[in-house]
Design a protein around this ligand. Sequence first.
Ligand SMILES: [Zn+2]
Length: 239
Amino acid sequence: MAAPGFEALLKTQELDTRLAQLEHARTHHPLLQKIAAARGHALEVAARVQDEREERHSLERDQKRLDDEVAMLDAKRAVIETRLYDGSVTATKDLLAMQEESKHLAERKNALEDSELEIMERVEALQAVLDTAQAEIDGDDELIAQCENELAEELATLDSESSVVETERAAIVAELPSDLVDAYEELRLTQGGVVVARLVAGACQACHLNLSAMRVDQIGKLDDEVLVHCDQCGAILVR
Ligand SMILES: [Zn+2]
């Protein structure tokens, strides 16, 4: 039977391994991958319709320009129409010229309005493509939100398990001789992984290598409280 301190150290190692597993479960949660995939997909969809989005912006600018031009033509024509009928112009030649100008402005307006109609049709077609893409992106966003909620719950569960384990570990470590704890912590820092192991039938259970018969014999004669390390991996041996 090993000295109680070493048994407690084995238990500490077990708890630390569990804490490492919990940390790994937190940082490598499958939902993180699912969220990243959905984010990637949403970005991909947005990039796919980038040309359509730019074309729509450009057409909207054209439409605005045509609107302004039509408004300007209307204003010009209104001035002419007023002067035509308010009696301020009497010479027939001038009146005919003004009528001609008004007609010309009306024709120009019609042409602009035809162009606007074409633009509106194109914008409508582009909008349909953009709406479909947006629906895909909305679907991704919904999935992301759902996964994030699930993840938050699962992380909270992992966190609470971690704090239970940490409490148990702290209680065990508080009872351990400080030189043993220091040796353990230093090994964990410098080599990590399993740094306390049983010596079973001459084999270290950390590296699974056999110690020499002479070394096993020598260890057997030592007091239970003496700190012994594995010759191969340096683990603290519990015997
Ligand atoms: Zn070893």
